[in-house]
Design a protein around this ligand. Structure first.
Ligand SMILES: [Zn+2]
Length: 307
């Protein structure tokens, strides 16, 4: 079985790319069929004001609950996630999210994300939300960027010191790394500008994520989007070693944002895993973990009755 751990079903167009085809639950299932993927986790977008592009407000399912209900029409194919912004409920460091998280669990959600607020990873409001997600056994997928505000995704400095503080402050919460600010850290010697981009070239020294994986058992990562694909392919020899060492923490995922996305966006990550398997770079057991077994292990609520 193959599980895409990072999919969307909302209208992610912006006013300057309205020619793209928006996502729906139905065309997501069509994509899974076409690309040989059994299931996909649907991450509602966009709960954070920085991620909202205006046409989304006019879309059929422009809110989190609408997207969960739409995904729930395909229970055998789509895995439900909730989502929240750490600033919801009063913009306080001690907001009680339990009413919301309980509703998500009742609806069948088994994870949260992608949480993409453009605030610090170690902001008390972030830590508060993430700790509560852990109490509800909900893993959280994050979106990340570099230093300074602007755009969407959690803000961090080179070396991921703020992300590390969050991992340490919420040890009972499984946190799934994603986005440029996370994956640029596969290599050391990063400039602040490169952290929010897609740095190329060989990985001549480790970045922060190897150390974080070795130190914090609550850290996982999805290999989706250009950021994940770039990190694993910028130095193909090192990429194989990285996948092998962290085979228990990596999750196949795509992050397809449009129904008419190009071939690389749709199938790049899966084609990479299949190629490495065929060439003997990774074992079948590693392929199975990354494409399915790791996801099933961390989705502690998936397939289980409400408890
Ligand atoms: Zn995404």
């Amino acid at each position: 079985m193959i599980i895409d751990m990072h999919a969307h079903i909302c209208d992610m167009r912006s006013p300057n790319n309205m020619a793209c085809a928006p996502l729906t639950a139905e065309n997501l299932v069509e994509r899974l069929d076409a690309d040989g993927i059994d299931k996909a986790a649907v991450l509602p977008w966009a709960v954070c004001p920085e991620g909202v592009t205006f046409q989304m407000l006019f879309a059929p399912e422009q809110d989190v609950v609408g997207q969960i209900r739409a995904a729930a029409r395909h229970p055998d194919r789509l895995i439900l996630f909730g989502n929240a912004d750490p600033r919801w409920g009063g913009n306080l460091p001690d907001t009680d999210f339990s009413w919301l998280l309980e509703r998500f669990v009742e609806m069948g959600c088994v994870g949260m994300g992608e949480v993409s607020a453009n605030i610090y990873f170690d902001d008390p409001r972030t830590i508060n939300l993430f700790r509560q997600c852990g109490k509800w056994k909900l893993p959280v997928t994050i979106e990340s960027t570099g230093p300074g505000s602007g755009g969407y995704g959690f803000i961090d400095d080179v070396g991921s010191p703020r992300f590390e503080r969050l991992l340490r402050a919420a040890p009972d919460t499984i946190i799934i790394g994603h986005g440029p600010g996370f994956w640029a850290e596969i290599a050391g010697g990063l400039t602040p500008e490169a952290k929010s981009g897609y740095p190329a070239g060989p990985v001549s020294e480790e970045g922060s994520i190897q150390r974080l994986f070795r130190t914090y058992p609550n850290l996982y990562a999805d290999i989706s989007a250009r950021s994940g694909y770039n990190a694993l392919t910028r130095d193909s020899e090192y990429g194989v070693r990285f996948i092998d060492e962290f085979q228990d923490r990596l999750l196949f995922a795509t992050d397809v944002c449009y129904a008419d996305a190009d071939e690389l966006a749709r199938t790049g990550q899966l084609a990479l895993m299949k190629r490495l398997l065929a060439e003997g770079g990774i074992a079948q057991a590693v392929f199975d973990k990354i494409t399915c077994k790791n996801a099933l292990r961390l989705l502690r609520r998936y397939g289980r009755a409400y408890t």
